[in-house]
Design a protein around this ligand. Structure first.
Ligand code: GDP
Length: 206
């Protein structure tokens, strides 16, 4: 599916605006500015498909992407969908915005039967932060499988990437007996993208 062009279907600010459940889905989550738009664009080889922006607190929507070339009717469904979840964790967010985020995301995580896995993006320079832990709590509570993806790995030296992989593993081991392999990526250098594509395919087909 990653050799095809992908397209944006719609943004859903609330559950009722979601497209009907159909193909298996994976979702991308992470703190705002973690490099989520850049990673989605790099994965799908589409510059500007997911908006790259440093402005925190944009419209909070679940953005749906699918491979092109499927009508969506009469069983002609795309093999999968990718959902870009709104970023979290910007410092100045008012409480009502955080609450709205939590409601939208938790409703989605709990209610979406076709959601196969959430890819949780962590900035390689910062590691897992408190609000990332809170999102992991939410994922655990909703019983949704998740896989940690380190972003911007080019910004730190290879030994530091290895050290962070080890630290992140330790954190994950405290939460669960088993967890999917952590993937280190750089959208800028293309590092880890094929590994991530394979992980997505596994999550969708497994
Ligand atoms: P988002 O808010 O999570 O969607 O983050 P963006 O994709 O907009 O990226 C935030 C900033 O990080 C931008 O200035 C990007 O250019 C930069 N960035 C994203 N990915 C990478 C990467 O792999 N390497 C480097 N060096 N910078 C990156």
């Amino acid at each position: 599916v990653f050799s095809r062009p992908w397209t944006f279907i719609r943004g859903a600010p609330a559950m009722k605006f979601l497209p009907p459940e159909g193909p298996p889905e994976v979702a991308f989550a992470g703190r705002s500015n973690v490099g989520k738009s850049s990673l989605i664009n790099a994965l799908l080889s589409r510059r500007g498909l997911a908006r790259t922006s440093n402005t925190p607190g944009r419209t909070q929507e679940l953005n749906f992407f699918v491979p092109e070339g499927y009508s969506g009717t009469d069983g002609d469904l795309p093999p999968m969908a990718l959902i870009d979840m709104p970023g979290y964790g910007f410092a100045k967010a008012p409480k009502e915005q955080v609450d709205a985020w939590t409601k939208l995301v938790f409703d989605y995580l709990r209610g979406r039967v076709t959601l196969k896995r959430v890819f949780l993006l962590i900035d390689a320079r910062h590691g897992i932060k408190k609000n990332d832990e809170e999102v992991m709590d939410l994922l655990d509570k909703a019983a949704v499988s998740y896989q940690v993806v380190l972003t911007k790995a080019d910004k730190i030296k290879p030994p530091a990437v290895l050290r962070l992989l080890g630290e992140t593993e330790t954190r994950l081991k405290k939460r669960a007996a088993a967890y999917p392999q952590i993937v280190a990526t750089s959208s800028e250098k293309g590092e880890g993208l094929d590994e991530l594509r394979d992980a997505i395919a596994l999550a969708v087909n497994g």
